[in-house]
Design a protein around this ligand. Structure first.
Ligand code: ZN
Length: 169
């Protein structure tokens, strides 16, 4: 398994090590579409996509931009949803910069199980803030990575930071 797989699928190791029951037919991303924002850690809702926190973050502020539509790839999204996806990604990057001042980002997606997608049926784009020296992937695999920020606190910070509109928007 490459480092790339580790980076975008950290939640899978939670499944392996935890007592979480096997994923059911219900889609975890569809479940968030009409759910309570705080309960499901939904940071922002746009017209075609929403933004939520990864429950097994690689770093503080690890976000996912998710279309409301249950489709496995960007290829099934109409142009307006694709535009919304990227504009919302830009807004997420801006919010993360305001809060965490990361040195860099990884932005990417795994299309299909063979590529490492944890939920292959529902496309989601990962946004991971990065700092020099945070590249110890093995600590993620071992489930021992220290995340100093609580998820709800991260959610709260991002909701506040999101109030400022993205540049040009
Ligand atoms: Zn779904």
């Amino acid at each position: 398994m490459s480092n790339f797989d580790h980076l975008y699928t950290p939640w899978r190791y939670g499944y392996l090590s935890g007592d979480r029951k096997k994923p059911e037919v219900d889609c975890i991303f569809c479940a968030k579409v009409n759910a309570d924002d705080q309960a499901e850690l939904v940071v922002y809702r746009s017209t075609h996509v929403y933004v939520t926190l990864n429950l097994y973050p690689y770093n503080n502020g690890h976000l996912m931009v998710v279309p409301y539509a249950h489709v496995p790839s960007t290829e099934q999204l109409p142009p307006e949803a694709l535009t919304d996806l990227m504009l919302t990604t830009n807004a997420a990057l801006a919010a993360l910069r305001r809060i965490y001042k990361p040195q860099a980002f990884n932005v990417g997606a795994n299309l299909g199980e063979a590529a490492g997608a944890g939920v292959a049926g529902h496309f989601h784009l990962h946004i991971v803030p990065r700092w020099a020296g945070d590249t110890n992937f093995m600590s993620v695999v071992g489930g021992t990575r220290i995340i100093p920020d609580e998820l709800v606190e991260t959610w709260r910070k991002l909701r506040e930071a999101w109030q400022a509109p993205p540049s040009g928007g």
